[in-house]
Each structure stands twice: as structure tokens, then as C-alpha cells.
Design a protein around this ligand. Structure first.
Ligand code: DGY
Length: 320
């Protein structure tokens, strides 16, 4: 008998077909509406494999309902949506999709740095709203990227790729990480500094760490007030790492100059969120890895991980 797999969203047909060759597949058919909790609770009961997205909370209660689940394959590198301990206790393997999204996410992070520093969205709106009456010396002036100091918090794959990009802009690179990366440090000519030094000396502070209990609210008013008044905070990691109320206050009080946010505590971010009222915040709907090629690779890798486990082989990327 073929193993049963539940896929929590409409993913590309070629990937579904690939899974269907080996499994009996049920799928939540929507592309832009997440699977309702009650449907997921029903489907997980007799599933052997779950193919899910970061929008699904695969928590203890949900995992408790699974009777024969062998694998939770997350189509994301981050896995903070999954209760890893609960899965481990039940002997369920959790897999993710690192690597394939590294360059695309680093690209987007750099794009956010540039958009925030050079006021790209604000300037475009300025023109379209009919405010462009003349060229003037200090009109829509921003901050330089070239030659500035980039502070990277979290030197994993994406952090390293961001560092690589910044070399082309002759940026000075500071980084903070749980462990030092001596080889990379040399290769990229980066300087390892303590957390507070990174905050106070950087022109751009980019958050590139996973979301864990340790990184929750890593950036609060205290950290923002250590930053330069001309500096820019970029978050393409996870919303909960930055305290959004504190960020709003810090921007209002001029503690920092601008922010670029691809991720939020609540996603989709509510339209009445205070951060959306500020012109110096560039806001994106969690599109760090959103290139056609990369999303195809992520879906493909999530399928490979799932099928490997269902065939009693080790997955390519095991979380636990
Ligand atoms: C991830 O993979 O964790 C990103 O947030 C989405 O690509």
C-alpha cells in the first residue's frame, strides 16, 4: 500500500506528480489561503507524511493527533512553526530546505538595504502622487551604501552570502555570531565584534539568525538606541526577533533612520499596523526566497526529503 501524504497548499503540479508516483496524496487545493486548522487536524490523523509550509503551526496538539506520521517536511529553511521536541518525542523526522534559497534571500536582503537607504519606494510614490515639481538639492536624499559599515547578526549561509555581495560595494563588514568563523572572517575581511559594538558601529544592521527562544525580541528599544541615528535595520529572518512596538517608537524618536522589513510578528501584517504608517519603513510580504527558480527548488527539495523518509532512507536535510 502506498504511504499517505498530506500537502497543505497547492504546490507546482510537477512536484505533486512526483509525490503522487509513490504516495497517495491529499492536498489543500488553495494557493493563497492556508489550510484551516480543523482540516489539518483531520488530515494528519492517518497521514504518513506531511508536506507543509511556514504558515502552518505544527504544534504539540497537532502532532499528538498523528497516528502514523513518519515525516514533517517543511518547505522552508526556518522551522520555528514546528514543535521539534514534540515531533522528536514521537519519533517523527522533521526536514527543511536549506541551501537552495541562500542566494535569493541574500539578494532580497541587499535589495531591502538599497531600497531603505535610497528611499526607493517613498520616491516612487512621491512621483506617482504628483509631488515632483522640480529637482532640488536635498530632495529625497538618503544614506550611502557604498563604503558604509554593514553589521551582520548571524553568520550562517545567508549571512555569508550577504557579506559576499557587500564586497562589491566596498563595505566594511562587522559580524556577530554564536561562534566565530575564522576562515570566512579572513576570506571576507570581516571583523568579529560583540553584539553592542556591532549595533553602535554599523550603518546597516541585518538580522540573519534563526528564530529561537534565544533570539526572540533580540532587538528591543535598548538595542535600537545603541544604533547610529543614521543607521538602518533590516530584517529578512523572522518577525519575532525584533520587538515591533519598540522599533516603531525608535523610528518615531529618530533613534534610527529607517528600516526594511520582510517579516513580521503577525503575517500577513495587519494593515493598521503602526509600522505601515511610517514613510521610512520599507515593508515586504515575506518574499526573501521568492524567485521562480528558488521556490521550485524548495518545493522539489521538500518533496525529496519527504520521499526519502517514506522510503526508509535518511533525508537530505534533517532538523531532528
Ligand atoms: C524560510 O525558508 O524560512 C523563509 O522564510 C521562506 O523562504
Amino acid at each position: 500500500m502506498k504511504p499517505k501524504v498530506y500537502i497543505t497548499r497547492r504546490i507546482p503540479d510537477s512536484i505533486i506528480a512526483r509525490i503522487e508516483k509513490e504516495c497517495e496524496v491529499s492536498i489543500w487545493p488553495e494557493t493563497d489561503i492556508p489550510v484551516p486548522r480543523e482540516v489539518l487536524e483531520r488530515e494528519i490523523v492517518d497521514a504518513d507524511g506531511l508536506f507543509c509550509l511556514l504558515t502552518e503551526s505544527v504544534d504539540k496538539e497537532l502532532i499528538a493527533k498523528a497516528q502514523k506520521l513518519k515525516v514533517i517536511s517543511n518547505m522552508a529553511v526556518g522551522y520555528n512553526n514546528i514543535d521539534i521536541e514534540a515531533a522528536k518525542e514521537k519519533g517523527i523526522l522533521v526536514t527543511n530546505t536549506p541551501g537552495v534559497l541562500t542566494e535569493t534571500t541574500a539578494d532580497l536582503t541587499f535589495a531591502l538595504m538599497m531600497a531603505s537607504a535610497r528611499r526607493i519606494i517613498e520616491s516612487s510614490n512621491y512621483l506617482r502622487n504628483g509631488n515632483w515639481k522640480t529637482w532640488s538639492p536635498m530632495q529625497l536624499t538618503g544614506q550611502d551604501i557604498y563604503g558604509a559599515t554593514l553589521g551582520i547578526i548571524g553568520m550562517g549561509r545567508i549571512g555569508a552570502s550577504l557579506a559576499k555581495r557587500s564586497k562589491g560595494f566596498d563595505m566594511n563588514i562587522l559580524y556577530y555570531n554564536r561562534s566565530r568563523k575564522p576562515l570566512l572572517e579572513k576570506e571576507m575581511n570581516m571583523k568579529y565584534v560583540d553584539f553592542d559594538t556591532l549595533l553602535s558601529e554599523s550603518d546597516f544592521v541585518c538580522i540573519m539568525t534563526p528564530y529561537t527562544p534565544e533570539t526572540k525580541n533580540l532587538i528591543t528599544y535598548r538595542e535600537l538606541s545603541l544604533m547610529k541615528k543614521t543607521s538602518i535595520l533590516i530584517n529578512t529572518a523572522r518577525g519575532g526577533i525584533v520587538n515591533e512596538e519598540d522599533l516603531f517608537q525608535a523610528l518615531k524618536n529618530g533613534e534610527i533612520w529607517a528600516a526594511g522589513m520582510d517579516v513580521f510578528v503577525q503575517e500577513p501584517v495587519p494593515l493598521d499596523h503602526p509600522l505601515l504608517t511610517l514613510p521610512n519603513v520599507v515593508t515586504l510580504p515575506h518574499i526573501g526566497s521568492a524567485s521562480v527558480n528558488t521556490r521550485m527548488k524548495m518545493a522539489d527539495l521538500a518533496a525529496v526529503n519527504l520521499l526519502l523518509v517514506l522510503n526508509n532512507n535518511p533525508p537530505l536535510h534533517l532538523v531532528v
